[in-house]
Design a protein around this ligand. Structure first.
Ligand SMILES: [Zn+2]
Length: 119
């Protein structure tokens, strides 16, 4: 069974394209974190309160209202997604489930999906 939780953060970035950099601009990024597991005897895949706290502390507070160029050399959604997956993989495993998929949306119509094989 899979469970997905959605988060948002506001951040600015400027991506290098060839030898040029885009003007700095902002997005409301959307993040979808999907975990896989079996519900326990209480009927939960993961303790939702702990799960949300983990993602807020490890990801959202680090990216929200920041200039992403100060964190990533090249802040594309691809690179953000890879970083999110790496940051969450072990802690999610410690919750007794598997990190299945990380989605990072730059807009409602543009997003990346990162899975284990992409690391
Ligand atoms: Zn952008």
């Amino acid at each position: 069974m899979e469970l997905t939780s959605e988060f948002k953060f506001h951040a600015a970035h400027s991506v290098k394209i060839g030898d040029k950099s885009e003007p700095v601009h902002g997005h409301t990024f959307k993040l979808q974190i999907t975990v896989e597991g079996k519900p326990d005897e209480e009927g939960f895949i993961v303790d939702f309160t702990k799960f949300k706290k983990l993602i807020t502390e490890k990801i959202i507070t680090k990216l929200n209202h920041r200039n992403l160029n100060e964190i990533f050399p090249q802040p594309t959604v691809e690179n953000i997604g890879l970083w999110v997956f790496k940051e969450l993989k072990e802690p999610v495993h410690n919750f007794g489930c598997k990190l299945k998929e990380v989605r990072v949306f730059e807009t409602d119509s543009d997003w990346v999906t990162v899975r284990e094989d992409d690391l």
